[in-house]
Ligand binder design. Structure first.
Ligand code: URP
Ligand code: ZN
Ligand code: ZN
Ligand code: ZN
Length: 472
């Protein structure tokens, strides 16, 4: 059945205006004033913002990590995402050395197929480069539509790849049209510092942060940027947490390099002192890179505002406090790294960013949706409200005030990292390809309705295009 969204305030990365949106066959078929559509279901959006659905470029759903598996899978994780105004996730498909890439991708299809309630794609982890991997990459891009590869510069003896692997991945990505993503921290130095801390009897959660100082993130970010320059390739730095890394990204961008940076809500609003909470509660805030001293937050906000950082990911990687984070009670290196963020990513940026005047509402849309679609080969199918685009739409009430809490969230974990935080604004209804997933704050979707997204190749020109707000 067609739907007509009436009188909402449509916001894209470039514009804000009041109009009606007609949805037919899952796509936006018309936008205009006083549209009439006999037989269409009428949805009144007066007083609401109408945003393109959020795109979360960074999730770890149903992922084995740190001796356990993330609590949220593709069902609970995408339901929580939808409640939070996100209609697309791009999840990281892990690979094993020596294992064909296609087997790993199949594993991720099996995890997601009958579970996702919103559309989803995959990034592919590259842990080694050899003839087999190089031979498979063109197929991964052409047939699977996986056009972004992830290289870890940290997690020694687990995921970490060496510099030659990163460099060769950058070369291959350039050749075939993919974007290389890096977890930029110096894993070798972290390995030394963590071993030393444990030897000295320093086992509490705060040592997770103290053994991964901002310098190791800045160093790895700068190294990855230089290797990108050498390869004449393209790079996206995930979860940027500190001034040191922002500085390296800004420097590279000023040289004209195609280097992009993502930050996450946790780095914008939480700080290192959370790791010192008593009774082991600090473990709830253990993720990598770690939370930083508070002064870094202003640098991150300014970087989002001035374009040195362009996107917001959640880095959703949730573990229960009881039974999972617990694994590290005697030794912080055994605390599974990661947090539950997928549901609150959009709301936190709106409340702390737009409502507090740090970014414009158009920038908010760009950072949570449009730029991500452009970088990862989904635009204009996703990431905007335009005729012909998927009707992935969020009706958002900016006047609602609420308190974030594990009591009311929809993630499968027993705590919320933002517990007690007041936010302004809430997604009221969320549509995925024209169908309600959330309607008046109730879940009405269906596991398995989310479609796998084959993404287009990386395109430097569309990724770089400027929205009007940046020139006014
Ligand atoms: O601590 C984190 N960030 N866990 C997820 C894996 C990663 O490094 O992104
Ligand atoms: Zn990471
Ligand atoms: Zn991550
Ligand atoms: Zn309403």
């Amino acid at each position: 059945m067609s739907k007509l969204i009436r009188n909402g305030t449509i916001v894209t990365a470039a514009d804000m205006y009041v109009a009606d949106i007609l949805i037919e066959n899952g796509k936006v078929s018309a936008i205009g004033s006083n549209l009439s559509a006999p037989g269409a279901e009428i949805i009144d959006a007066k007083g609401h913002y109408v945003f393109p659905g959020g795109i979360d470029p960074h999730t770890h759903l149903d992922m084995p990590f740190g001796g356990t598996v993330t609590k949220d899978d593709f069902e609970t994780g995408t339901i929580a995402a939808a409640f939070g105004g996100t209609t697309t996730v791009i999840d990281f498909c892990l690979t094993q050395k020596g294992e064909p890439l296609k087997n790993s991708i199949q594993t991720w299809h099996d995890k997601s197929r009958d579970k996702a309630v919103i559309d989803y794609g995959f990034h592919l982890m590259i842990g080694e480069i050899n003839e087999n991997v190089l031979n498979e990459l063109p197929q991964v891009i052409e047939e699977e539509g996986i056009t972004s590869f992830k290289v870890f510069m940290a997690y020694k003896n687990v995921f970490q790849a060496d510099d030659a692997t990163l460099y060769r991945t950058l070369l291959a990505a350039k050749e075939h049209g993919a974007l290389v993503m890096v977890h930029a921290e110096n894993g070798d130095v972290i390995d030394y510092l963590t071993n030393k801390a444990i030897e000295e009897g320093n086992t509490e959660p705060i040592y997770h942060a103290l053994t991964r100082p901002p310098e190791v993130e800045g160093e790895a970010t700068g190294r990855a940027a230089l290797l990108t320059e050498l390869a004449n390739s393209q790079l996206y730095v995930v979860h940027v947490s500190c001034a040191n890394a922002v500085e390296k990204i800004a420097e590279a961008r000023n040289k004209g390099l195609n280097i992009w940076g993502e930050t996450c809500p946790q780095y914008l609003v939480l700080d290192r002192s959370y790791l010192e909470k008593p009774n082991f509660e600090g473990a709830k805030y253990v993720w990598s890179p770690p939370l930083r001293e508070k002064w870094h937050q202003e640098i991150l906000w300014n970087a989002l505002k001035n374009g040195s950082l362009q996107t917001l990911g959640s880095d959703q990687c949730s573990f229960d406090f009881k039974g999972q984070k617990d694994l590290g009670r005697e030794d912080f290196t055994k605390i599974p790294n990661g947090g539950p963020i997928i549901e609150d990513r959009v709301s936190i940026l709106f409340s702390e960013g737009v409502m507090k005047g740090r970014i414009t509402v158009n920038q908010f849309v760009d950072i949570t949706s449009t730029r991500i679609a452009k970088l990862f080969g989904l635009f204009p199918q996703k990431g905007t409200i335009a005729v012909g685009s998927d009707a992935d739409i969020v009706l958002f009430d900016p006047s609602v005030e609420r308190v974030i809490s594990a009591e009311t969230h929809h993630m499968a974990v027993d705590y919320n990292a933002f517990e007690g935080m007041k936010v302004c604004g809430e997604p009221i209804s969320v549509l995925s390809r024209g169908e309600f997933v959330i309607r008046d704050k109730q879940f009405v979707g269906r596991p398995g309705s989310g479609q796998y997204l084959r993404r287009a190749k990386y395109n430097a020109q569309t990724s770089n295009d400027q929205n009007e707000f940046q020139s006014i």
